[in-house]
Design a protein around this ligand. Structure first.
Ligand code: DX5
Ligand code: ZN
Length: 228
């Protein structure tokens, strides 16, 4: 910076993190796929856990997450798309740096967030596209990460819902106003163009499945999502 110049004020106060979602990997080569992402510069690996109830798909369970944790050194970011996050989170806890739970199912969300933190992981809260932002507002002081879903949870390869940027902007504004420090993560349809929109809106964690695993060069794809 030249003397007297002012750094442009950005909504993003945190470094950009890229978290490839292994849901888009070749499951027959899972270990090699995770190593490939680690070598390509992934900051975290994103684990999409689906129970066939909360979403209309079944992905993989804690045994798979355990095996991945043994293989890589990057933190694992576990996204629980399950009907009973309070019942299932302990199975993933030993292998996850962060556990994100959805606000929509019926269970004690606040207690589960607190229990995840007490157990030594960071706690994320996710909201699906149809869920109004107001539902998560009272819990913003109790989380380490807010996951704004940019597609309906359940499947990879869907189109980014741009209207979700209203929630990202609101989260960034409230974080600043309330003096909080949570990450803002976007998940679904993240490619270089939608990552740019997300970063400009205030998101700092980019989850990408097909955009990274199916790219001709994963390292270039990760750089593009990071914006360099
Ligand atoms: C959707 C999952 C996403 C998904 C993203 O339910 O939470 O993490 O794998 O996949 P892409 O990047 O292909 O939209
Ligand atoms: Zn996810």
């Amino acid at each position: 910076m030249t003397p007297g110049s002012k750094e442009r004020k950005s909504m993003n106060t945190k470094p950009i993190i890229v978290a490839p979602s292994v849901l888009a990997s070749d499951f027959s080569q899972l270990g090699a796929e995770c190593t490939r992402m680690e070598k390509a510069g992934a900051d975290w690996l994103h684990m999409d856990i689906m129970d066939g109830h909360f979403v209309d798909n079944i992905s993989f369970g804690s045994g798979v997450v355990q095996a991945i944790a043994k293989r890589v050194t990057v933190p694992l970011d576990t996204h629980l798309m399950v009907e009973r996050p309070d019942h299932f989170y302990p199975r993933f806890l030993p292998y996850s740096s962060n556990i994100t739970i959805h606000i929509e199912p019926s269970y004690d969300v606040e207690k589960t967030l607190s229990d995840i933190r007490s157990a030594g992981a960071t706690a994320g809260l996710a909201l699906s596209p149809k869920t109004p932002f107001e539902r998560v507002e009272p819990l913003l002081g109790k989380i380490d990460l807010l996951l704004v879903m940019t597609v309906n949870p359940g499947f990879g390869g869907q189109a980014f819902i741009r209207e979700m940027m209203t929630k990202v902007k609101r989260a960034a504004e409230l974080r600043e106003k309330l003096g909080l420090d949570f990450h803002i993560e976007v998940d679904g349809g993240i490619h270089p163009d939608t990552a740019l929109i997300s970063r400009e809106s205030g998101a700092n964690v980019m989850v990408a499945g097909t955009g990274v695993f199916n790219a001709p060069d994963a390292s270039e794809a990760i750089k593009a999502l990071r914006g360099n």
